[in-house]
Design a protein around this ligand. Structure first.
Ligand SMILES: C[S@@+](CC[C@H](N)C(=O)[O-])C[C@H]1O[C@@H](n2cnc3c(N)ncnc32)[C@H](O)[C@@H]1O
Length: 270
């Protein structure tokens, strides 16, 4: 049998490619307010506002939900591995709340406090490449959750058309990031089927002080299939309670675009 048929289970650990560059963090809110907030905002805001205790957002990013949650009185904290994202978030919230957000990796954070709800909205787990790291992150979340409290996260349902067809210069956004200042965003994507990863290159072009600037961010995201997610959670200390197929808590179907996973710190499991 040719050597390439063997998969060496002890092969090198997969490294995350997580660091969001400054130029991407700068435009994150403009971009995702347009292309994501209509899908997941109401769901996560409802969960946040229903919780009367401490909340942690893992991979809080620029604070797409965090800022509004604070304004509405939530006792919310956030961690993110990207300094550039936390810098944008801090600039968006009053200084008295800056000590609610930290640059930390979910895999090894140790905040010394437990929460009544933890959320990781918008594909945070797709940035964690290695299986051992995914389990370490889930177990660390368990360790930060109060008994019988919930952890909610989402990842995309792999779309076979996208996986099988590379894209080049696929348009994502074209508009203004500030009055009179243009922003154009496109992506190249290519699936690495056997590793369940996608190489994605973000291509940004924008206008600043009369100059046209462009930059690219090549990154890699991990995708998950249904039973892998279920098994991953079985291997972790968390108990998977429900998997929804959208942010209205609808069932998972062949048309679902997102897995929305609700897990629990259930001490009876371990
Ligand atoms: C797509 S953004 C989502 C941000 C925010 N939750 C939202 O809904 O807009 C993913 C975020 O996860 C963060 N992230 C990725 N890996 C992480 C890790 N290991 N620990 C903490 N944050 C991580 C990234 O830096 C990024 O800010």
């Amino acid at each position: 049998m040719p050597e390439k048929c063997f998969y060496d289970i002890s092969n090198v650990k997969k490294q995350d490619k997580t660091e969001y560059p400054d130029f991407f963090a700068k435009f994150y809110d403009v971009l995702y307010d347009k292309i994501r907030t209509g899908t997941d905002r109401d769901y996560y805001m409802k969960k946040i506002l229903e919780c009367k205790g401490k909340i942690l957002e893992v991979g809080v990013g620029t604070g797409r939900f965090f800022k509004e949650a604070l304004e509405k009185g939530a006792d919310i904290y956030g961690i993110d591995v990207s300094r550039s994202m936390i810098d944008v978030l801090r600039a968006n919230i009053p200084e008295e709340h800056h000590n609610r957000v930290f640059v930390k990796d979910v895999k090894d954070m140790n905040l010394g406090v437990k929460f009544d709800l933890i959320i990781a909205p918008f594909r945070v787990f797709q940035h964690i490449a290695d299986t051992d790291d995914q389990i370490a992150a889930l177990n660390n979340i368990y360790n930060h959750l109060n008994k019988d409290c919930y952890f909610i996260f989402d990842v995309f349902v792999p779309n076979l058309n996208i996986l099988l067809n590379d894209s080049v210069d696929a348009p994502v956004f074209e508009g203004e990031y500030e009055p009179g200042k243009s922003l154009k965003v496109a992506i190249d994507s290519r699936a690495d089927i056997i590793n369940q990863e996608m190489d994605v290159t973000w291509k940004l072009e924008w206008n600043e002080e009369g100059m046209k600037i462009s930059n690219e961010w090549p990154t890699r995201i991990r995708y998950y299939f249904r039973y892998e997610l279920e098994n991953l959670l079985r291997l972790s200390k968390l108990r998977l309670v429900r998997v929804f197929g959208d942010f209205n808590e609808g069932p998972l179907t062949n048309e679902s675009a997102d897995f929305v996973l609700v897990c629990k710190n259930d001490p009876l499991k371990i």
